[in-house]
Design a protein around this ligand. Structure first.
Ligand code: DGJ
Length: 725
């Protein structure tokens, strides 16, 4: 007889929050199942919950396969599930078939049995497999925002256990027949891809050692023809900044699952007796319309104590202004100009340290280059501060050039899985931060710089993918898991030591955007592409996970450095407005007119940033295929700001109306354009443009809308709406 804990009586737990219900069944002989995740079911009596079980119970299967409602959150083949196994591992071919028995079910710290109902809450479930000598601790939470999150910890109670995978999943109903997720490349992250949810597994794996420019970001299953405002949609996100996978699995019995977890390399995780492994959080968001799915992520992020304030400081980043050409005089002049137009934070990008005159040298040597900055950064920092601006500095802490003092002194700190180094990318390699001495060396250099210059803001870059991520001293053993944890540790240490420090997550643009990194950073760099036409799409889809205040959004040069398209300042500035506003443009080369107009745009951002940085994001309905609408509406619906962008030239000669969603149907609003700079945009304005006498109900603005002018392609307008009662 084993003296393992007794099994528990069956428990059905119904949690409700923000229009979402989560119904979980936990009983003794298997892992918990989610019976419903989606629309709020309303209050259920015990009989009501039993009733849901009865009406949703599948009739007996001819094939004897596992019914959909019996698939557990960690899929378990011993129950008759023939799809992907949630837990994969073995002891050299033994203990690979696991079967868990539930030993503890607690809601908010209290044991539960029978039927229990509540609001947002935390469910903790323990389960053991005595024969395999493994214990699982599961956490399933419904947060205030209606976001669900799940995490599992596996503890090895026996001899060494090699863990290959531990993934979690949530079920989606059969009406979820389409998949939407994202793909991408440098300068073109988060390209939406949409297709049928056919039988098979839609598997999105990242082996890049970072979230990835091609990351799936949120994998949705949804009703056909789901839009931003209609159609039921369910989405999951793995909050992990290293190797990871998302999947949407549809088996031939009709089961549909969304899930994911960390992707472990071969032999990467061996659990010795008593050791544990914890998965990243799997976040799950449900909504009617894609905006509602996004809002749960946004509301969750905004509820966190560490979330940024609404007064996001307008930033100048000098990368596209000077690249590696660091000339202190020119940079000080740039800081002066920046202050004149109202910029509040100056960020010095790559090129200030070691031998870093181009991308071929210096990474790893985080001390100021005496060649370029003979007096250190102090003259620049003093100039920046004399204008009342904050000072920010670029680092790429996980990286090293072979041509650096650090690589020369410690070649063994470079990641490698074989006797030769992996291929270079951008002339650089990856430092193994899981080596304590390496971690300390990087940590101490960062601390010294931050302390000496009282740095307010750190842009943390990660420009290459990992290849052959191994630990040299361990014969090349894989080290991605340890590396991701070490990066988190480094960020956490810096945040603890410098609580006011803001950190930006950048990875060759938007290559590290996930909720793991965002637990310890304050914004992301969405993309290296700041062409506003591309940015309209980039912001639209990055916004599926992140609210505007976390998306770095800059006004670039008239001619985009990435696409070579040329755009008016009005389109560049109005596009950037719906994010954390900034400028990345050589203001030394800007005309006086440009600078005046830029100052006006910055003033507009400052006036509306409270709304932009806390409002509910709305996308669409697009007035036409070529006309994209997006906006933010204040939580109390007293005010809203909408942008309409002409992505190309329209087919119709008469422009359509823009229907303005999200307002209070019975309140009355005044509608006005926001016009900056040259009022003559080459179109005949509609009547409401100059006539402030019209006061219209929210219902009318949503169902009738406002007449648009005939917009030129690659131009946009802004519409401000404010309640008058
Ligand atoms: C990639 C980033 O996305 C850019 O903004 C810039 O910081 C460069 N790296 C610098 O190397």
């Amino acid at each position: 007889m084993s003296n393992a804990p007794e099994s528990v009586p069956a428990a059905t737990i119904h949690l409700r929050a923000a229009g979402c219900s989560l119904l979980v069944l936990a009983d003794d002989d298997r892992l918990p199942r989610i019976r419903h995740w989606g629309a709020d079911l309303g209050e259920q009596s015990s009989a009501g919950a039993a009733g849901i079980d009865i009406v949703s119970d599948p009739h007996s299967h001819l094939s004897g396969e596992l019914p959909a409602s019996e698939v557990s959150v960690v899929t378990d083949p011993t129950t008759g599930w023939f799809g992907r196994a949630g837990l994969k591992g073995s002891r050299l071919g033994r203990s690979w078939s696991t079967s868990f028995r539930t030993t503890k079910v607690e809601l908010n710290g209290r044991p539960v049995a029978g039927f229990t109902e509540g609001g947002p809450g935390t469910l903790r479930i323990a389960a053991v497999d005595d024969e395999a000598a493994l214990t699982l601790h599961l956490v399933i939470e419904l947060l205030d925002s209606g976001l669900v999150r799940l995490r599992a910890t596996l503890t090895n109670d026996g001899a060494d256990f090699d863990l290959d995978e531990l993934s979690l999943n949530v079920p989606v109903p059969s009406q979820a027949t389409e998949i939407l997720d994202f793909a991408g490349r440098w300068g073109m992250e988060r390209q939406a891809q949409r297709h049928d949810f056919t039988v098979g597994t839609h598997l999105r794996e990242s082996r890049r050692g970072r979230t990835g420019l091609d990351a799936a970001t949120v994998v949705h299953a949804m009703e056909p023809a789901t839009t931003f405002s209609a159609g039921e949609a369910w989405g999951v996100h793995v909050a992990w900044s290293g190797n990871h996978r998302h999947f949407a699995e549809h088996d031939s019995t009709g089961v549909r699952l969304l899930g994911g977890g960390e992707l472990l390399l071969p032999g990467e995780l061996q659990l010795a007796t008593g050791e544990s492994y914890t998965t990243p959080w799997l976040y799950a968001s449900y909504g009617v319309g894609l905006d509602a799915v996004a809002h749960r992520f946004h509301n969750y992020l905004r509820d966190r104590p560490q979330h940024v304030s609404t007064d996001r400081l307008v930033t100048l980043n000098v990368w596209e202004a000077v690249y590696f050409d660091h000339d202190p005089e020119r940079l000080i002049a740039l800081a002066d100009r920046a202050a004149e137009v109202g910029i509040e934070r100056f960020v010095l990008d790559d090129g200030w340290f070691g031998a870093r005159r181009n991308s071929g040298a210096g990474l790893g040597d985080w001390t100021v280059s005496a060649d370029v900055w003979p007096d250190g950064l102090h003259p620049l920092v003093n100039a920046v501060r004399s204008h009342g601006m904050q000072f920010g500095l670029w680092f790429e802490p996980e990286m090293v050039n072979l041509d650096s003092d650090l690589a020369r002194a410690h070649p063994d700190w470079i990641m490698a899985a074989r006797s030769v180094l992996p291929r270079e990318q951008r002339s650089q390699h990856v430092l193994n931060l899981s080596i304590p001495e390496c971690f300390t060396a990087v940590h101490d250099q960062l601390v010294a710089m931050i302390a000496e210059y009282e740095i307010d803001y750190l842009k943390w870059d990660h420009n290459r993918d990992h290849l052959e991520a191994g630990l040299q001293s361990a014969g090349g053993a894989p080290t991605e898991h340890a590396q991701t944890l070490a990066v988190y540790q480094l960020l956490d240490d810096l945040k603890e030591r410098f609580p006011a420090l803001e950190i930006e997550s950048c990875a060759a643009g938007g290559g590290r955007i996930d909720l793991g990194i965002l637990e310890r950073t304050d914004r992301v760099w969405v993309s290296d592409c700041i062409d506003p036409l591309e940015r309209q799409r980039l912001m639209r889809w990055t916004g599926q996970l992140l609210p505007p205040e976390l998306m770095g959004s800059h006004i670039g040069s008239p001619r985009s450095h990435t696409t070579h398209r040329t755009h008016d300042l009005s389109f560049r500035a109005a596009t950037a407005l719906f994010g954390h506003y900034g400028v990345e443009w050589d203001l030394g080369a800007a005309t006086e007119d440009d600078l005046r107009e830029l100052a006006d745009w910055i003033a507009i951002y400052k006036k509306h940033r409270g709304l932009i940085n806390r409002g509910n994001v709305l996308r669409g309905p697009d007035p036409a295929d070529n006309l994209w609408l997006h906006g933010v509406v204040a939580g109390d619906r007293s005010e809203a700001l909408y942008g309409v962008a002409a992505m190309s030239w329209g087919a119709a000669s008469t422009p359509p109306r823009a229907r303005l969603r999200g307002l209070d149907a019975v309140r009355r609003y005044q509608v006005a354009p926001i016009v900056v700079g040259d009022a003559d945009r080459g179109f005949t304005p509609p009547r409401w443009w100059d006539d402030r006498t019209a006061v219209v109900s929210g219902a009318a603005l949503e169902s009738v809308g406002v007449q648009l002018p005939n917009l030129h392609p690659e131009h946009s307008i802004l519409i401000h709406v404010i309640a008058v009662d």
